[in-house]
Write a protein that binds this ligand. Structure first.
Ligand code: HEC
Length: 250
């Protein structure tokens, strides 16, 4: 008897831990910082969606996301969705598939670009923000990234961000071995956007990626307010009833 209660308690504890655990943040050098994402900011979402469709969909798919949903959630009419987002051969009910086929992508980039539908949930906003701001050019003029070393993905926004190089420093570990660890970035050439503007661009894009990981959240959260209001009203009515019933007894 005892032990089954205990097991149940353990299950509840594990479930609670899982529920409240945030996506793990991979260790790695880069500009890691806390970013606050507001998925209800419709204009950030719209700008982010435009950035995503124009710059990422050529390699990555988002096969859980339908174009029609963009209209509903971003506050755009069907015509606006058609004009802004829809590729010539696609229909409004289609999902966001890649314009490059998987075979082409593998042939060109070796490593197939992963589907980004739920990357917002698996990696989290802080990681995505750090990743998209940590591209640098190495000594051979190749793109690299301190958060995702030796990646295949090119720096899509290098014209906007400009070119930076990464400075590493030697650090000794507990066993006396030295390792190269990331220290900071140095600007090689300026981009068309200032550092703040580029950060805002990436913030919009990350807002969109986080939204796309869980589109239902937008509707659920606005429904949540009504549920809470209803519960508050209900509690009030129940309390008034109680007072009414017990009046004569006291
Ligand atoms: C030229 C093709 C290409 C384009 C364009 C591209 N990517 Fe990638 N991306 C890749 C490849 C290939 C990978 C797999 C990792 C690697 O590079 O080795 C990747 C990896 C990623 C990852 C890591 C995913 C994971 O789960 O590890 C993220 C996030 C990402 N890309 C976001 C973006 C965003 C956002 C854009 C648009 C701004 C974009 N990518 C544009 C090719 C591309």
């Amino acid at each position: 008897m005892m032990s089954s209660v205990k097991i149940k308690t353990n299950i509840v504890i594990v479930a609670l831990l899982l529920l409240f655990s945030v996506p793990a943040q991979a260790a790695g050098g880069g500009d890691f910082k806390q970013v606050n994402i507001n998925v209800h900011d419709k204009s950030a979402l719209q700008r982010g969606a435009v950035l995503f469709v124009n710059n990422c969909l050529s390699c990555h798919a988002a096969s859980y996301m339908r174009y029609s949903r963009l209209g509903e959630d971003l506050g755009l009419s069907e015509d606006q969705v058609r004009e802004t987002f829809l590729p010539a051969n696609a229909k409004i009910g289609d999902t966001m598939t890649v314009s490059m086929t998987a075979e082409e992508a593998t042939a060109w980039f070796g490593n197939k670009a992963p589907d980004l539908s739920v990357v917002g949930r698996s990696k989290g906003a802080n990681w995505l923000n750090a990743y998209l701001t940590s591209f640098y050019q190495d000594e051979n003029g190749e793109w690299n990234n301190t958060v995702f070393p030796d990646l295949v993905m090119p720096h899509v926004f290098w014209e906007q961000q400009g070119i930076q190089k990464a400075i590493f420093k030697d650090e000794e570990d507990a066993h006396g071995y030295t390792h190269k660890v990331f220290s900071h970035f140095e600007t090689v050439s300026e981009g068309s956007q200032s550092a703040e503007e580029y950060q805002r661009t990436i913030h919009d894009l990350v807002t969109y990626l986080i939204y796309m990981g869980e589109p239902a959240r937008i509707q659920r959260e606005s429904m949540g307010i009504w549920v809470l209001l209803f519960l508050a009203m209900f509690t009030l009515v129940a309390y008034m009833l109680k007072v009414e019933y017990w009046k004569d007894i006291h």
